[in-house]
Design a protein around this ligand. Structure first.
Ligand SMILES: O=C(O)[C@@H](CO)OP(=O)(O)O
Length: 285
């Protein structure tokens, strides 16, 4: 009897393999899974304003997008052990709506400022199209999408400098930006990825990261080893779950239905997603 049980154990374990999406907390034998989610449309996205660290809420469309993102997660069967998000309400609210609509609201959540959007410096609050009219399309494109050129800085006494915001009172002020390029955003985020998130993934935890367009661009740039001159053309749509499978070295496995240069794949209708990606690009014409 005991012998039979012992012989059966490996078989019981192998039942996990064909249904990796349905398992609550362990990984398949071949890969780790990670789900990324950009927040739904915010009120300032809707008003076409540079947002950065400004803490505006989701628009009503953004709420719907986040709910739909949660439904897609539920339909695909993803369950999370833990979630990471920023200190900004549009990402936090998106995360909770995503968890609510995938029936896992009790999942533990970590809020870390290192997942905040790229700080847009002195541009925060300006209308994107008016900024194009004033400075020209090329200059604004450099501020929006160049890899290492930051927008002009905000002032130290500006409400847009996070050192003047209670939310960041526990953060060393020297770590709080006046403006950031994608490169400096990536440098801010990578220690959280390497020191905190990667060990949890390797420990077998299924994670959901709800963050922002530019922090997620920084993460996929790292995961997919995207060159600096290619990342400039990459935009992440609001509220669409992006699923990655990673090997034991945290290298992504190319998934079916992916949109290059990403190895991960978005959940949902590909044509609609492509339209939403194009809409982000078209915010400055
Ligand atoms: O304004 C912002 O903070 C970001 C994301 O909404 O915009 P962009 O896509 O122009 O970097």
């Amino acid at each position: 009897m005991y012998l039979k049980l012992i012989l059966l154990l490996p078989l019981v374990h192998s039942f996990h393999v064909p249904f990796p999406l349905l398992r609550p907390s362990t990984t398949s034998l071949s890969s780790y899974k990670l789900v990324l989610l950009r927040h739904g449309e915010s009120t300032w996205n809707n008003e076409n304003k540079f947002t950065g660290w400004h803490d505006c809420p989701l628009s009503s469309k953004g709420v719907l997008e986040a709910q739909q993102g949660g439904t897609l997660i539920e339909e695909a069967g993803y369950k999370f052990d833990k979630c990471y998000t920023s200190k900004l309400q549009r990402a936090i609210k998106t995360l909770y709506l995503g968890l609510e609509f995938s029936n896992q609201l009790s999942t533990p959540v970590v809020h870390d400022y290192r997942l905040n959007e790229r700080h847009y410096g002195g541009l925060q609050g300006l209308d994107k199209q008016q900024t194009v009219d004033k400075y020209g399309k090329d200059q604004v494109m450099i501020w929006r999408r160049s890899y290492d050129i930051p927008p002009p800085e905000c002032d130290k006494d500006s409400p847009e400098w996070p050192g003047n915001d209670e939310k960041y009172k526990d953060v060393d002020p020297s770590m709080l930006p006046f403006s950031e390029s994608l490169k400096s955003t990536k440098e801010r985020f990578m220690p959280l990825w390497n020191d905190v998130i990667v060990p949890e993934i390797k420990d077998g935890k299924n994670l959901l990261i709800a963050a922002h367009g530019n922090t997620l661009r920084a993460l996929v740039m790292h995961l997919d080893n995207i060159p600096e001159d290619t990342i400039t053309g990459l935009n992440i749509p609001t509220g669409v779950p992006l699923v990655y499978e990673l090997d034991e070295n945290m290298k992504p496995i190319e998934m079916e239905g992916r949109i290059e240069p990403l190895s991960g794949r978005y959940l949902g209708d590909l044509e609609e997603i492509k339209g939403r990606i194009g809409a982000v690009a078209a915010q400055t014409k």
